[in-house]
Design a protein around this ligand. Structure first.
Ligand SMILES: *Cc1c(COP(=O)(O)O)cnc(C)c1O
Length: 381
């Protein structure tokens, strides 16, 4: 089975990890800072704070951004649950606004209509690796005194109006899960230009304590204070060794993802039952996902049958995502997808095709041929 995403690990990665294991610090040591500095430089941000997962990064950003009981954060229903959960972790309320039919990213007009006096944060997601409308969200945030937390877990390496994702929102969150652009096994990072936010993010990942073990060793002191309720969300030196080694390959991998997307779009262009992903002129996506939409009215079967037929062809298609407010937990909290007609309609016909840098052109052609075969067999007549 060709999966929808997969990590690439080479001998340099393995050597970097082995060398890190042989050093004094195997949890948070000098490699954490080295990785943070290299990452911040890559995305054009002043500060990067590495944590134990993308979810931890979202939680830390929700804390640093001041989300708490009584506050609301407006986000997309078409995302991984962790995006909205970070508000719940902080006792705040996620509010879902509808997406745009073109990119499936949060629609700024829909977001504007969901603002209340309780709104504290905007949480756009760069769906599939296509940047959200960040200027529009920045303008809304300025006007209403909000913080923008961009969930860029799909968008490492993407560009928005010529600027790299990671340098644009108050805080930008990335994940290093193995299906993402680079991996540390589990891991995540928050980037920001704001030194106060950076300080609060560092505090949060280390129990809310105002210094770390290495600082205390360097300063020859045992004194520390816990000043906020934080967590142990630290990333280790061993993971950061892998992260540094992976980061060196990011540019090549993003180019490869773009080439795969271009090849898919050419190979699938003449299949009327398949709508291709749209790219707006101001964005260079980094293609975490390649998501097509089925024209179900042209098919004699539903998405599930197409999905199963493609799986039977060993094509690891997937659906990103079930709408967050439709999950049982959210339903119990009283959420529904009422008022989200675009997300509801478009979600029902999405299909993610395999895309990862190690795929060959032959793999891409095989997937395209498999889709042609299945769709032709399922065509309504
Ligand atoms: C992967 C992902 C996350 C969570 O990242 P983890 O590292 O798996 O915790 C959050 N949001 C989005 C959109 C993601 O794709």
């Amino acid at each position: 089975m060709l999966p929808y995403g997969h990590q690439t690990i080479d001998e340099f990665d393995i050597r970097a990890v082995a060398e890190a294991l042989d050093k004094d610090w195997i949890t948070s040591g000098p490699l954490v800072e080295e990785f943070e500095d290299a990452f911040a430089e890559t995305v054009g941000a002043r500060h990067a704070i590495a944590v134990s997962s993308g979810t931890a990064a979202l939680h830390a950003a929700a804390f640093a951004g001041g989300l708490g009981p009584g506050a609301e954060a407006v986000t997309s229903p078409l995302t991984f649950v962790a995006t909205a959960n970070c508000a719940l972790y902080q006792g705040a309320r996620p509010v879902f606004a509808d997406v745009s039919p073109d990119t499936l990213n949060l629609d700024p007009d829909q977001v504007a209509s969901q603002l209340t006096e309780r709104t504290r944060a905007l949480l756009p997601v760069d769906y599939g690796g296509h940047a959200a409308e960040l200027d529009a969200f920045a303008a809304l945030a300025d006007r209403h005194g909000l913080v923008v937390i961009e969930d860029a877990c799909h968008a490492l390496g993407a560009e928005y109006r010529g600027r790299p994702v990671g340098s644009l929102a108050h805080m930008t969150v990335f994940s290093f899960h193995p299906v993402k652009h680079i991996t540390t096994g589990e891991g995540g990072i928050v980037t920001t230009d704001d030194p106060q936010l950076a300080r609060r993010l560092r505090l949060f990942r280390n129990h809310g304590i105002d210094s770390d073990a290495r600082q205390r060793q360097q300063e020859a002191t045992w004194v520390y204070g816990m000043v906020a309720l934080g967590y142990n969300y630290r990333l280790t030196d061993v993971q950061c060794a892998l992260g540094l080694s992976q980061l060196a390959k990011l540019g090549r991998w993003v180019e490869r993802r773009r080439a795969i997307a271009t090849r898919y779009s050419a190979a699938l262009a003449d299949i009327p039952e398949v709508e291709l992903p749209q790219v707006l002129p101001w964005c260079r996506p980094s293609w975490h996902l390649y998501v097509v939409r089925l024209r179900l009215e042209l098919l004699a079967v539903g998405r599930m049958e197409v999905f199963r037929a493609l799986r039977a062809e060993n094509i690891g298609v997937n659906v990103h995502y079930p709408l967050v407010p439709r999950h049982p937990y959210y339903q119990e909290l009283g959420y529904s997808s009422d008022g989200l007609p675009v997300a509801e309609r478009e979600q029902s016909r999405l299909l993610s095709l395999p895309i990862f840098p190690a795929m060959s052109d032959g793999d891409v052609d095989d997937v395209a041929e498999g889709i042609r075969k299945v769709v032709t067999a399922c065509r309504a007549r």
